[in-house]
Design a protein around this ligand. Structure first.
Ligand code: NAD
Ligand code: GLY
Length: 357
């Protein structure tokens, strides 16, 4: 059965379709493509697995594809240019549609290319990692990394439709599946206590890739994300809460060298740090911190700061964050399991203590 979640953004609203065997079906794509030219953007790992099937669902259009190298360290302006080269060489016009076939890296880059090409063309998300299906493909944040900061160059640009074929998750590495679970747990922690409790009960099913459990977790995550994005598309307020663990996590990703720690792994460690600081501030109990640690461990995610990244490095990298205001690092912290707040109101020495390892 296909589940549909709508992202309600007025005349830019779009559906997220979630189900098995969606790849290769025209009906979830054709109505969302207005011109004749379609460029599928993917990478060298995903192309042999899913490009042919995807192109088979686009035979009503003039299609082309661009295959990028695989990895977070290729999420750069330089590699982005390869998409523009192809679009220009093949005379793609302003009515064209780009299709992102891949994980968050491909989704973020393709979306940014679509936001920039001829000042904005349509794009479609076909996410193939758990992380992309529950988070990065929804909400219109697009961009690339800069050597000095992650996701620092980008744009808000919403897709026309998101198609999550849960069968694609069968080829995903275990480590990548766990990375996706970090973003799923995030929704429970920031705004959905009963989902957090469901995750505590069903983690093993998710690790075993039980299709029903996965479909439920993806749908519930997308519902949470869609509600937040509909309320605050451009992150003036509540959307910042989706960044629980991310300010710490981005510092770990950048400090470790892009690609060393997966985004979801860094978010896992970052969320434990956010929980620890919330505890130090007296907002959550030690029992809550233990419960949070336990769920990340159950999801087979790391919870400790990597030894080779110093406290000073982390503190410096945390200052390069989109939530910094007037030099103050604002952090998403927990008031309880199921309630988060964005705050700059914490003693600096408590943050330093939290980062010591
Ligand atoms: P990724 O895109 O690097 O994909 C992970 C790995 O899995 C890659 O090697 C990829 O080639 C491979 N892969 C993808 N699908 C596969 C499949 N079905 N079978 C086998 N292998 C497959 O990583 P990710 O975790 O999907 O995304 C991380 C990125 O997403 C980061 O750059 C992060 O900043 C970004 N992100 C963006 C948002 C947003 O709102 N835009 C939110 C969260 C994360
Ligand atoms: N992943 C955070 C956001 O989309 O806002």
């Amino acid at each position: 059965m296909i589940k549909t979640v709508n992202v309600d953004l007025g005349n830019r609203s779009y559906p997220i379709f979630i189900g098995q065997h969606l790849l290769g079906e025209k009906k979830h794509l054709t109505p969302y493509i207005k011109g004749q030219q379609v460029m599928v953007v993917t990478n060298e790992t995903i192309a042999p697995l899913y490009l042919e099937q995807t192109l088979a669902s686009l035979t009503d259009f003039k299609t082309s594809s661009v295959i990028l190298p695989d990895g977070e360290h290729y999420k750069t302006l330089e590699v982005l240019n390869k998409i523009f080269d192809q679009l220009l060489e093949q005379r793609f016009d302003r009515q064209c549609t780009l299709v992102a076939l891949g994980g968050g890296v491909i989704g973020d880059m393709t979306g940014f290319a679509a936001a920039c090409y001829q000042r904005g063309v349509d794009f479609i998300q076909i996410p193939t990692t758990l992380l992309a299906q529950v988070d990065s493909s929804v909400g219109g944040k697009t961009g690339v990394n800069h050597p000095l900061g992650k996701n620092m160059i980008g744009a808000f640009h919403q897709p026309q439709v998101v198609v999550c074929d849960t069968n694609t998750l069968n080829t995903l590495a275990d480590r990548e599946l766990s990375a996706g679970l970090a973003e799923i747990i995030k929704y429970g922690l920031i705004r959905d206590l009963s989902f957090f409790e469901w995750l505590e009960q069903n983690m093993q099913k998710l690790l075993n890739r039980d299709p029903e459990a996965l479909a439920f977790a993806i749908e519930r995550s997308c519902q949470n994300k869609a509600e937040v994005v509909a309320e605050d598309e451009h992150e003036g307020g509540v959307r910042a809460l989706l960044n629980l663990g991310h300010t710490f996590g981005h510092a770990i990703e950048t400090g470790g060298g892009y690609g060393t720690w997966l985004h979801g792994e860094a978010v896992s460690i970052g969320t434990i740090l956010a929980a620890d600081l919330s505890y130090k501030l007296g907002w959550i109990s030690e029992e809550a911190v233990q419960r949070i640690k336990a769920i990340f461990i159950a999801a087979r995610l790391p919870i400790d700061i990597p030894k080779n990244i110093s406290t000073d490095t982390l503190l410096n990298l945390m200052k390069v964050d989109k939530k910094v205001r007037s030099g103050r690092v604002r952090l998403v912290l927990l008031k309880s399991i199921g309630e988060a707040i964005l705050t700059a109101d914490y003693p600096a020495e408590l943050l330093v203590q939290t980062l010591q390892h």
